[in-house]
Design a protein around this ligand. Structure first.
Ligand SMILES: Cc1ncc(COP(=O)(O)O)c(C=O)c1O
Length: 383
C-alpha cells in the first residue's frame, strides 16, 4: 500500500509517527454515507475512536454528527463544526461539570446510563431553566461475540440500564419535568463483523420500543450505537461492510413512521486510514527467540497489549522476496507486555528499517501516553 515516494518521505522523518492516508479516509466516509443514505439513517462519528483534529475536520465535512463520551469531546465536536443538533453524549460517569457543559451547548441528546443520572441531569437542567433531551441507554443483554474486553451489552457490563430497572426509568421520566424523552439507545460492543449479532440486536430493540410504547412513551429516536468491525488481516481491503450493516437494520428494525434511526460508528470509519510507522532500533537474536526492538511501543499503540488485538506488521524497507525470519516485535517500554506481536514472519530485518503497523487509525493515537516520560507520538498526513 505504500508507494516508493511515500516510503522515501518516511525515511526523512523522525519516527515513530501515525501516518494518515486521507484518501482512504474519504473513500471510507463516502461508502458509509452512501450506504446509510439509502435508508435515511443518521450517522454520528464516535469521536473516541480518533479525535485527531485533521481527521475530525474531514469527517465533519461529510456531514456526520458526533458521538461523545466526555465534556471535552462535546467541546471539540462543536469547535470542529459538528452541529450541536447532531451531538450525542454517552458515558456511565458524566460529571456535573460535563453535563453542564453539554446543557450550555444545547446538544441533541444525552444517552443516559443510569436512573440516578436521569435525576442529576434533570436537576442541573432545571437550575439552568433548560430542558435536557434524553435517550435511555438500555443494556439489552445481547452477546456481541467479540473479544470479552470490548463487549458492552451484557448484564455483567457496567454500561446502560438493565431491563429490570425500566419501571424506575418510567417513574423518573414522569417525575422529571426538565427532561424530554427522545428514545432509546444501545451499544453492545466493538469490532463486530457477524451480521447475525445485529439481527439479534434489532429483535431486542423492537421488544424494547414496544415496551415503552405500551407504557405510553412515544419513541422518536432509535439509536443502535456502533460496533461495526474492520478486517485487521487485510489492511489494503479497507472499506468496512457498510452495505450489509445498514441493510440488516433496514430489514429487521421495526421503524415506525416519523422515527429516526441513529448510528454511532467509530472504528469502521477511521481504522484503515492510518498506520503507525516505526523504526527498528535493535535486532536481538536469541537461542529461542529473535526480537525486533522498535522505537514505538505501548505508549504509541496500546491495543495489542490492552485487548490482545492483532495488527498486521510490515517491514516496508524490504521486499517480500527476501529471506524471512520469525521475530517477536516489541517496543522499548519497561514492561514485558510491551509486545506488538509474537512470532511474526518478516523479511530479515536490520537496524533502521521502517515497520508499518497497519489498521491503526481507531483507538490508536487517541490512547497514546507519555509513560516512561516519552514524547507523545505525532502524526503525518498523505496531503
Ligand atoms: C456508546 C458508544 N457508541 C459508539 C461506540 C463506537 O464503537 P465502534 O468504534 O466499535 O464503532 C462506542 C465505543 O466504545 C461507544 O461506547
Amino acid at each position: 500500500m505504500f508507494n516508493t515516494n511515500t516510503i522515501n518521505r518516511f525515511q526523512q522523518l523522525e519516527t515513530p509517527f501515525y501516518y494518515y492516508d486521507l484518501d482512504v479516509l474519504r473513500k471510507t466516509l463516502e461508502a458509509c454515507r452512501s450506504a446509510a443514505s439509502k435508508y435515511g439513517f443518521h450517522v454520528h462519528y464516535a469521536m473516541k475512536a480518533n479525535f485527531n483534529p485533521k481527521v475530525l475536520d474531514v469527517i465533519q465535512s461529510f456531514g456526520f454528527g458526533a458521538d461523545c463520551v466526555s465534556g471535552n469531546e462535546v467541546k471539540a465536536a462543536i469547535e470542529h463544526g459538528f452541529g450541536k443538533d447532531k451531538v450525542v453524549f454517552a458515558g456511565v460517569g458524566k460529571s456535573d461539570k460535563e453535563i453542564n457543559l453539554a446543557l450550555d451547548a444545547d446538544i441533541f441528546c444525552f444517552n443516559v446510563e443510569s436512573v440516578q443520572e436521569l435525576y442529576i441531569i434533570n436537576d442541573l437542567a432545571k437550575a439552568k431553566n433548560k430542558i435536557a433531551k434524553v435517550a435511555i441507554r438500555i443494556n439489552p443483554n445481547v452477546d456481541a461475540h467479540t473479544h470479552h474486553f470490548i463487549t458492552t451489552g451484557l448484564d455483567e457490563n457496567k454500561f446502560g440500564i438493565n431491563t429490570w430497572q425500566l419501571p424506575d426509568v418510567i417513574a423518573a421520566l414522569k417525575e422529571c419535568a426538565s427532561l424530554k424523552f427522545l428514545g432509546i439507545h444501545f451499544h453492545i460492543g466493538s469490532q463486530i463483523t457477524d451480521m447475525e449479532v445485529y439481527k439479534n440486536l434489532c429483535t431486542r430493540i423492537n421488544e424494547m420500543q414496544d415496551w415503552f410504547t405500551d407504557h405510553g412513551f412515544e419513541i422518536k429516536v432509535l439509536n443502535t450505537g456502533g460496533g461495526l468491525g474492520v478486517d485487521y488481516h487485510n489492511p489494503d481491503n479497507n472499506i468496512a461492510d457498510f452495505e450489509s450493516y445498514f441493510k440488516v437494520f433496514s430489514q429487521f428494525l421495526n421503524v415506525k413512521p416519523g422515527q429516526e434511526v441513529h448510528f454511532e460508528l467509530g472504528r469502521a470509519l477511521v481504522a484503515q486510514s492510518a498506520s503507525l510507522i516505526s523504526r527498528v532500533l535493535y535486532v536481538k537474536n536469541g537461542i529461542k527467540k529473535n526480537f525486533l526492538v522498535l522505537d514505538a511501543g505501548m505508549t504509541e499503540l496500546i491495543r495489542p497489549m490492552l485487548y490482545q488485538a492483532y495488527h498486521q506488521i510490515e517491514n516496508i524497507s524490504r521486499t517480500e522476496s527476501e529471506q524471512t525470519v520469525h521475530y517477536d516485535v516489541v517496543g522499548p517500554i519497561c514492561e514485558s507486555t510491551d509486545c506488538f506481536q509474537k512470532d511474526v514472519e518478516l523479511p530479515q530485518s536490520y537496524r533502521g528499517d521502517l515497520l508499518a503497523i497497519r489498521t491503526a487509525g481507531a483507538y490508536g493515537e487517541v490512547m497514546a501516553s507519555g509513560y516512561n516520560l516519552r514524547d507523545i507520538v505525532g502524526s503525518v498526513y498523505s496531503e
